[in-house]
Design a protein around this ligand. Sequence first.
Ligand SMILES: Cc1cc2nc3c(=O)[nH]c(=O)nc-3n(C[C@H](O)[C@H](O)[C@H](O)COP(=O)(O)OP(=O)(O)OC[C@H]3O[C@@H](n4cnc5c(N)ncnc54)[C@H](O)[C@@H]3O)c2cc1C
Length: 331
Amino acid sequence: MSNHVFEIAVIGAGAAGQMGALRSVLNNKDTIVFKGDAKTNKKSRATWVSHVVNMPYTSGIPRPIGSATKSSLQWIQEESEFKDKLTVVADAVSKLSKNKDGIFEIETAKGESYQAKYVLLATGIMDMQPEIAGSIKPVLPFANKGHIDYCLRCDGHKSLNKITATIGHGAPAAWVAIMLHERYQPPELKIFTNGQEVEFSDEVTELLKLYDIKIITEAIKSIKGDPKTKMDAFILEDGTEEPVEFAFALLGQIAYNELAVQVGAEVNTKGNVVCGGKGESSVPGLYVAGDLRDTGKYQIYTAWDQAVDSVDDMDAKLRLAYREAKKAVTA
Ligand SMILES: Cc1cc2nc3c(=O)[nH]c(=O)nc-3n(C[C@H](O)[C@H](O)[C@H](O)COP(=O)(O)OP(=O)(O)OC[C@H]3O[C@@H](n4cnc5c(N)ncnc54)[C@H](O)[C@@H]3O)c2cc1C
């Protein structure tokens, strides 16, 4: 391990991580970013976002998070005057700890070690997939082509004029169906609990009835359609074919919080890291931005905003230390 101590380390290079790295470098901070590896990329939301239309400028760009990260880091490294401020590590971080001097020690999956004064953790979350015939595999081709999605704010508009379903048995599956009806009035709305008992409140049950939203409790056996072009129906265990053209899976999330937990940060019941306003966790110097933070809209633009707030707060602390050191020298 070298003795070099980076000012800011950014772990993850999805929506929040790329913005964190960019802001840090443009603040003239000695920055290291860990981009993750094939395994973390495959499991990240960033990779699954194939097409974004709810933000200006992105509608024509395939895989906009990945391509924005690539071009931002490339610009810094190849064209900007800040190239010396950025070290990019194409590996996942496997261990995070804090030493007795308050410096973060960061170890990668390949066994390399680095040190930093501040850390921005931006490892994200992943949506839980429904199991069909005991496996998530039948879902993935349809999810990959956007016939099954996870986020109302990102993709709710896709339910317009489509027979739409939510998959889940808890409040989110019911409330998303209710909101879709109130906003878009799709021709038909169905909730598939996929073999689970419903857990809906009386208020929800009444609204589902009022809006004629069908609840189907049988397990889904297979999905009919050609993922490249369209989804046609969910086939139930008893052979019934239920037409569905677009669906949301609303089964919860997996939070990639291992590094935060290793260093002792507090997490909430969903696994998100509990943070203050600027994104600092219960561990001083460890900040969290993006989907892993406990509050936010879980969108690309909010991940960006959170990353900027966090990195600017680190910058303020680093500038204060600089100011105090200067004063001490001249005193
Ligand atoms: C299907 C889908 C569609 C969506 N559509 C939209 C949309 O239209 N508009 C919108 O605003 N939002 C959309 N979202 C939400 C958006 O993707 C997230 O809000 C955003 O990606 C969160 O950014 P993040 O940086 O927190 O996580 P991510 O962007 O998922 O990035 C996480 C990064 O961390 C890395 N990583 C993980 N573990 C490690 C580790 N141990 N070491 C190093 N790196 C690690 C991963 O490789 C990845 O690069 C969508 C999400 C999904 C799933």
